[in-house]
Design a protein around this ligand. Structure first.
Ligand SMILES: Nc1nc2c(ncn2[C@@H]2O[C@H](COP(=O)(O)OP(=O)(O)OP(=O)(O)O)[C@@H](O)[C@H]2O)c(=O)[nH]1
Ligand SMILES: [K+]
Ligand SMILES: [Mg+2]
Length: 550
C-alpha cells in the first residue's frame, strides 16, 4: 500500500509544492532530502498543477524485448531501473575464442563505461551457460531514455535466443517484465518527456506516411510542448498582473496593468482560435484525408481505385452498376495518408439494392474532404453530351476534381474541341479536369503528380512541418483542453470588459478575484496538454497504446 504524505513548500500565496511518496524508508529519505537537492528526477506535478509527485513505479527494474519478436538480424532487450548495472555484472561477459557452452565465463572487469558499446557474451546469471554473443551498452541515469540506469543487450533475433535471455532476466527476483509503454511512461515520470512528446513518439512509431512522420517528429521533438508551454506562460503572466491588482489594490498599481493583462489574454485567445480552426488539417495528417470517387456507372471508378491501391481491391466488370457498396482503401499519395472510397455509379434506377448504394455514394461524397468525379470521356464528346442533370447538379454542389477516363477511346486532341470540358470548370465549378486512360496509363502520371500537389496545397501540408510558421498538428485530446482554455479566457475577457456605460464592471475586489480564477483554469487546461498538471486518469489510456518494450 502506498502511504501518501504531503510536504508543502509555500512558494507564493497560491502555489506550493506537494510530495506524495511511498512508505518505504528509502523513498521517505529521498522525500525529506528533496528540498535540499537540485535534482528533481522521478518527480512530476500533482493534480492541482502546483506540486510534485514522486513516482513509486520508479523503484522496480523492468525489462522487455524492444524489437519485434521473430527472426531478424538483431533483437534489442532493454533493462531499466536501479538494478540494471547489477544485471550487467551478472550476465555480460568478455567474448572468448573457444565456444564451449559450459566453460567458466570471464566477466568484464569493473563497471562498464556508460554509452559505449561492448562486444560481449550473454550468459545465464546462475548456470553461466552461454546464451548468445552480441553487444551490450550501459546508459547511466539520468542520461537514458527512461531517466533510470538502463542496459541494452543486442543479441541475435531468434525465438530461442530471445526466450533464453528473457528467462535469464526473469530469474532475478528484483526484475519484472515491463508493461506496454512502461519505458516511455518512466521517461514521462522522470520528466524526460512531456505528454505531447510521448504522443509524438507513439505517432512516430505508427507513422505510415511522410507527413505523419514529420508531424510526429515535430511533437516528439518538443515543438508542441514549447508552444503550449509558452501559451501557458503568457496566461500566467496575465494572471500575475491581475494578482498584483488584487494584492495591492488599484491605488498602488499603475493604471494600465489590467489593460496589459487583458491584452495578453486576448493574444492567447487569438492563438487558441487559430490552433482550433486548424484542427481538421491536423486530423487529416494524423488519420488521413478522405477522398470519394463518384460518377456515372462504368466510368472506371473501381478501375481507378484498384490503380491507386495497386491491387484488385474492387470488382471491375463492363456491367454498369457493378459497385453497390462504398469500398474504402487506405493509401499513401505523395506522402499523405489518404482514405479513398469507391462508390456506386450514380444513375436513375429501380433496383432496390442499387438505390441504397447510390444513397450511400452521395453520403460518402458529402463526407469527403476531396471529391473526385470520374467520367467516361465518350460521355462528353460530340454534339449531344450525355451528362445527366443529376450528375451536373452534384458537380455544381461538390466542386470536384474531374477525371475524364478512357482517353484511349478518343482522338488525342478531343479535349480542345469539347465544349463541355470548359463548361465543367467555368459553369459547373469543377476545380480541375484531367484526361487519362487507366487502361493504357496515358496521362495518369501527370494526373497523380498534380493531384498530390493539389492535396498538399489545398490542405497546407507542405514539406518542412518543423518550420516556425507552419501550423501545429494537434490531436483530439489537445483540442479538448484548448477549447476549455479558450472558454475560460473568453470568460475572463467578458468579466473585465467595459459594460454599455463604458465602465469596467469590477466594483469589488471580489469581481477581480473571480475573473482571475478564469485565467487560472485556462492555465490549468493548457497544463493538462503537456501533463504538467496531473492527468492520472488518461495516462493509462495513452501508455496502453504502446507496445511492450517501448
Ligand atoms: N477502354 C477503356 N476501358 C476502361 C478504362 N478504364 C476502365 N475501363 C473499363 O471500363 C469498364 C468499367 O470499369 P469499372 O471500373 O468497373 O467502372 P465503374 O465506374 O466502377 O463502374 P460501376 O461500379 O458499375 O459504376 C471495365 O470494363 C473496365 O475495364 C480505360 O481507360 N479505357
Ligand atoms: K462496371
Ligand atoms: Mg465500380
Amino acid at each position: 500500500m502506498l502511504a501518501k504524505w504531503f510536504v508543502r513548500i509555500p512558494r507564493t500565496t497560491w502555489q506550493y509544492y506537494s510530495l506524495r511518496v511511498p512508505s518505504s524508508s528509502r523513498a521517505t529519505a529521498r522525500a525529506v532530502h528533496l528540498p535540499a537537492t537540485s535534482s528533481l528526477r522521478g518527480i512530476r506535478p500533482t493534480s492541482d498543477g502546483t506540486g510534485l509527485v514522486l513516482s513509486d513505479a520508479q523503484r522496480k527494474t523492468i525489462y522487455a524485448l524492444s524489437t519485434p519478436p521473430g527472426k531478424a538480424g538483431v533483437a534489442v532487450i532493454r533493462i531499466s531501473g536501479v538494478d540494471a548495472l547489477q544485471v550487467w555484472r551478472a550476465v555480460v561477459c568478455r567474448p572468448t575464442k573457444g565456444r564451449s557452452l559450459v566453460k567458466a565465463r570471464i566477466h568484464i572487469e569493473g563497471d562498464p563505461e556508460p554509452w559505449r558499446m561492448y562486444r560481449c557474451e550473454v550468459v545465464h546469471p546462475e548456470t553461466q551457460e552461454l546464451l548468445d554473443s552480441g553487444l551490450a551498452i550501459y546508459f547511466k541515469g539520468p542520461k537514458s531514455f527512461t531517466g533510470d540506469d538502463t542496459v541494452e543487450l543486442h543479441v541475435h533475433s531468434g525465438r530461442a535466443v530471445i526466450a533464453s535471455v528473457l528467462a535469464a532476466l526473469g530469474s532475478f527476483p528484483t526484475l519484472r517484465l515491463a508493461e506496454p509503454g512502461e519505458f516511455t511512461r518512466r521517461a514521462f515520470e522522470s520528466g524526460r518527456l512531456d505528454l505531447t512528446e510521448v504522443e509524438g513518439l507513439h505517432d512516430l512509431i505508427n507513422a505510415d506516411t511522410s507527413s505523419q512522420r514529420q508531424a510526429a517528429l515535430q511533437a516528439a521533438g518538443g515543438i508542441l510542448k514549447d508552444r503550449f508551454e509558452s501559451l501557458r506562460a503568457t496566461i500566467l503572466r496575465s494572471l500575475s498582473l491581475v494578482e498584483a491588482l488584487i494584492d495591492f489594490g488599484e491605488e498602488d498599481v499603475e493604471d494600465h496593468v489590467l489593460d496589459e493583462a487583458k491584452a495578453l489574454a486576448r493574444q492567447t485567445y487569438g492563438i487558441l482560435g487559430s490552433l482550433l480552426s486548424d484542427y481538421r488539417r491536423s486530423e487529416i495528417v494524423r488519420t488521413g484525408l478522405r477522398v470519394a470517387i463518384f460518377g456515372p456507372p462504368n466510368a472506371g471508378k473501381s478501375t481507378l481505385l484498384n490503380f491507386l491501391a495497386k491491387r484488385e481491391a474492387a470488382i471491375v466488370t463492363n456491367i454498369p452498376g457493378t459497385t453497390r457498396d462504398v469500398l474504402e482503401v487506405s493509401l499513401d499519395i505523395s506522402g499523405l495518408p489518404v482514405i479513398i472510397s469507391d462508390t456506386a455509379g450514380i444513375r436513375a434506377t429501380d433496383d432496390v439494392v442499387e438505390t441504397i448504394g447510390i444513397k450511400r455514394a452521395l453520403e460518402a461524397v458529402e463526407k469527403a474532404d476531396l471529391k473526385l468525379c470520374v467520367i467516361d470521356i465518350q460521355d462528353i464528346i460530340g454534339s449531344s453530351p450525355v451528362l445527366s442533370p443529376d450528375l451536373i447538379a452534384i458537380i455544381r454542389h461538390t466542386r470536384p476534381i474531374v477525371l475524364l477516363n478512357k482517353l484511349d477511346s478518343a482522338t488525342p486532341n478531343v479535349l480542345e474541341e469539347t465544349e463541355l470540358v470548359h463548361r465543367l470548370v467555368q459553369e459547373y465549378g469543377a476545380v480541375g479536369v484531367w484526361a487519362v486512360s487507366l487502361r493504357t496509363g496515358a496521362g495518369v502520371d501527370a494526373f497523380l503528380e498534380e493531384f498530390g500537389d493539389h492535396l498538399r496545397e489545398r490542405f497546407a501540408l507542405n514539406d518542412g512541418l518543423n518550420e516556425e510558421d507552419v501550423p501545429l498538428v494537434i490531436n483530439a485530446r489537445h483540442r479538448e483542453h484548448l477549447i476549455s482554455a479558450s472558454n475560460f479566457i473568453s470568460a475572463f475577457l467578458d468579466q473585465t470588459t467595459a459594460s454599455s456605460d463604458g465602465e469596467v464592471d469590477l466594483e469589488t475586489p471580489q469581481d477581480l478575484v473571480l475573473a482571475a480564477e478564469e485565467l487560472r483554469y485556462a492555465a490549468q487546461s493548457i497544463g493538462k496538454i503537456t501533463g504538467r498538471i496531473d492527468v492520472e486518469d488518461i495516462l493509462d489510456t495513452i501508455f496502453r497504446e504502446f507496445c511492450i518494450g517501448k
